[in-house]
Design a protein around this ligand. Structure first.
Ligand code: PLP
Length: 358
C-alpha cells in the first residue's frame, strides 16, 4: 500500500477561479501564471485545465519546454527571460516569449544573431525596485531592440509591490508611472497580478497575470477566498497511522514540549515537513479528522504529525486527516504558520501522491 499522503487537485475549482478572472477583467487577455510547477499543483495538468488561457507565464526554460512538448500552442512567457546566451536557441526553437529586464539580456540578444522573430516583454521598474529598467532607460532599450536584425514584437510589463494593500498609495503611483512611460510607446501592456485583478481594476490593461487566485487562495489579507468566490484547488490529505492512549503528563514528540493535560487519545498522521507541511506549524494548528476540526500537538516531524483526538473518541487508524483544502483554507494554515499560501502550495513535496479530479 502507498503511503497515504495525497494532494487532490480539483480541476473544476481551477476552472471556476479562471472564470472569476475573466469576469473581473473581461476586456483583458489572461496570462495564467503557472511557474513553480503551477504553484505546486502540477504544471501540465493545470495548463490542460486552463483551456481559456491566452498565455502561460513560467520562470524557467524547463517548464516552458515541458509545456511545448505536451503540445501547448499558446504564448509561453519566460518571466525572468534568458539566463544566458545559450538559452536563445531554445527560445527560438520552442517559440517562447521572453521578458527582458536587464541590459545584460539586451547584450545577449545583440550578440546572439538569432534568425526569426522575437516576442519581447520589456519589464519596467515602476517602483517595486526588484527587476526592470528604470523609466528613463526604457526608450533607449526599446531602440536597441528595434535595431536587432530580426523583427521584435514589443510588449510592456511591470509588477506591483503592494497591490494586496488596498489603502496603500504605492499602487496608484506605480500605475500612473507606467501610464506615463508607456504613453508614447506602441505595444500591449500588463501589470495586474491576482491582487490587482481583484482590487485594482484600473490596472487590468491588455493582459492580466493571475497566479495565486487561480489556485483558490486569497491575495487580499482582509478577504477570505470564500469572500472573493474563489474555490480551493488543492486538498492536502493523509490518514491516521496510529491512535494511542496517553496519560496526563505524557510529553508528545520531539523535545517533549507538549504535555497531555489529561488522559487522552493521540493520533499520528502520515505527513510532515518532508512532504511540505510547515515545520513551524504551532500546537493548536487546526487539522480535520473525519471532517471535524482537531488540533496539531507537539512538533511537526519529517514524516508525521501528532493530533489531539480528545474530542474524537471514535477516530481510528486509517481515518482521513485533511491539512488544508476546501473546508480548511490554506490561507488560515499559512497565517498560523507565519508564512503565505504561496510557500505552502509550492512546497508540497514530490513524495506526496497527486490525483486530479476533473
Ligand atoms: C508570480 C507572478 C505573478 C502572479 O502573482 P500572484 O500574486 O500569484 O497573482 C504575476 N506576474 C509576475 C511577473 C510574477 O512573477
Amino acid at each position: 500500500m502507498m503511503r497515504p499522503a495525497l494532494a487532490r487537485i480539483d480541476l473544476q475549482a481551477l476552472q471556476h477561479n479562471f472564470n472569476r478572472v475573466q469576469a473581473l477583467a473581461p476586456d483583458s487577455k489572461v496570462m495564467a501564471i503557472i511557474k513553480a510547477n503551477a504553484y505546486g499543483h502540477g504544471l501540465v495538468p493545470v495548463a490542460q485545465a486552463l483551456t481559456g488561457a491566452d498565455a502561460f507565464g513560467v520562470a524557467c526554460l524547463e517548464e516552458a519546454i515541458s509545456l511545448r512538448e505536451a503540445g501547448f500552442s499558446q504564448r509561453i512567457v519566460l518571466l525572468e527571460g534568458l539566463f544566458g546566451q545559450d538559452d536563445l536557441a531554445l527560445i527560438h526553437g520552442y517559440q517562447l516569449d521572453v521578458v527582458i529586464h536587464h541590459i545584460s539580456q539586451v547584450e545577449m540578444l545583440e550578440q546572439g544573431r538569432q534568425a526569426g522573430p522575437l516576442d519581447v516583454w520589456l519589464k519596467i521598474d515602476t517602483g517595486m525596485h526588484r527587476l526592470g529598467f528604470a523609466p528613463d532607460q526604457v526608450a533607449v532599450v526599446a531602440e536597441r531592440l528595434a535595431r536587432l536584425p530580426q523583427p521584435v514584437c514589443l510588449r510592456y510589463l511591470s509588477h506591483f509591490a503592494c497591490a494586496d494593500e488596498q489603502e496603500n498609495p504605492a499602487t496608484q503611483a506605480q500605475l500612473d508611472r507606467f501610464g506615463e512611460i508607456c504613453a508614447d510607446l506602441k505595444g500591449e501592456r500588463s501589470l495586474a497580478n491576482s491582487a490587482a485583478v481583484l482590487a485594482w481594476p484600473a490596472s487590468h490593461g491588455d493582459w492580466v497575470r493571475p497566479g495565486i487566485m487561480l489556485y483558490g487562495s486569497s491575495p487580499l489579507p482582509g478577504s477570505t477566498a470564500r469572500d472573493l468566490d474563489l474555490q480551493a484547488v488543492m486538498t492536502l490529505a493523509t490518514r491516521l497511522i496510529a491512535v494511542n492512549p496517553h496519560n496526563r503528563g505524557d510529553a508528545i514528540g520531539y523535545g517533549g514540549d507538549w504535555t497531555c493535560p489529561e488522559d487522552m487519545q493521540v493520533g499520528v498522521a502520515a505527513i510532515g515537513y518532508g512532504d511540505g507541511y510547515p515545520r513551524h506549524a504551532p500546537s493548536g494548528m487546526p487539522v480535520l479528522v473525519n471532517g471535524k476540526r482537531s488540533a496539531l500537538i507537539g512538533r511537526v516531524s519529517m514524516d508525521m504529525i501528532c493530533i489531539d483526538l480528545s474530542t474524537q473518541p471514535d477516530a481510528k487508524v486509517g481515518d482521513e486527516v485533511i491539512l488544508w483544502g476546501t473546508d480548511l483554507p490554506v490561507d488560515e494554515i499559512a497565517q498560523q504558520a507565519g508564512t503565505i499560501s504561496y510557500e505552502l502550495l509550492c512546497g508540497v513535496g514530490s513524495r506526496v501522491q497527486f490525483s486530479y479530479l476533473s
